[in-house]
Design a binder for this molecule. Structure first.
Ligand SMILES: C[S@@+](CC[C@H](N)C(=O)[O-])C[C@H]1O[C@@H](n2cnc3c(N)ncnc32)[C@H](O)[C@@H]1O
Length: 213
């Protein structure tokens, strides 16, 4: 879905940055689909980056894998920034500055695609989170059944997260889609929208103003 939302044609040459790339599954899909795209994967976790480098070996002439902390690293000029399942690691106070850096890095009519779990109000929050967890579980089962991921990969990821949490290294914050969207508008994005939502999980798209604006 993330690939389908990227506003470029399959033959377009463009530069992207993946913030919080993890094992780089989203970047791999982008490189597969857009054969002239080049990009940079950023993550602060060496173990994730090692897996990302291995996975991206076939695309090594088009991708740079960089160890950096997205809460303060430089983001090079580019046409597209995407971030999947990572923003919940950024404290709320850090979002305005991060989004301003993303907006500043994007060229005119550049696009920011953000996918993550979002918080929901207190009345229905617990129920919506429960439904989101069921949805993710079904999604993982479908991924295994269709050969997109193996059960071992999924188990390894769950175990990695469990160990990080136990070590106090995996702090999660709750951002609402509305707060994210407001912070993006304030950061200078011209068009911001929640384009997909399934229970707590949402995808936001934001564009930088075009050259004539
Ligand atoms: C749940 S994983 C998502 C990975 C990938 N985007 C995906 O969708 O498969 C979150 C990633 O964010 C990275 N991360 C968390 N905080 C970070 C930070 N401050 N700077 C860079 N990476 C960070 C973690 O190391 C982890 O690889």
């Amino acid at each position: 879905m993330l690939v389908e939302l990227i506003p470029f044609d399959a033959d377009d040459a463009f530069e992207f940055v993946d913030l919080g790339c993890g094992t780089a599954e989203p970047s791999k899909r982008v490189l597969e689909h857009f054969r002239r795209a080049t990009g940079t994967c950023i993550d602060s976790e060496p173990a994730m980056l090692a897996l990302a480098r291995r996975k991206l070996t076939p695309y090594s002439d088009r991708i740079e894998v960089r160890e950096a902390d997205l809460t303060h690293c430089d983001i090079q000029p580019c046409d597209l920034v995407f971030s999947a399942k990572t923003m919940h690691h950024v404290p709320p106070a850090g979002l305005p500055e991060l989004f301003a850096r993303v907006a500043g890095a994007l060229r005119p009519s550049g696009c920011f695609v953000l996918y993550d779990a979002m918080s929901v109000g207190p009345c229905w929050g617990a129920r919506v989170r429960q439904q989101a967890a069921h949805f993710r579980q079904r999604h993982r089962q479908d991924a295994v059944a269709s050969g997109v991921a193996t059960q071992q990969e999924i188990d390894a990821r769950v175990e990695y997260k469990r160990a990080m949490k136990a070590a106090g290294q995996d702090v999660e914050y709750e951002h609402s889609a509305e707060a994210m969207s407001d912070a993006m508008s304030e950061a200078g994005f011209a068009e911001v929208a929640v384009v997909w939502r399934m229970f707590a999980d949402a995808i936001l798209l934001a564009f930088t103003p075009n050259k004539d604006a």
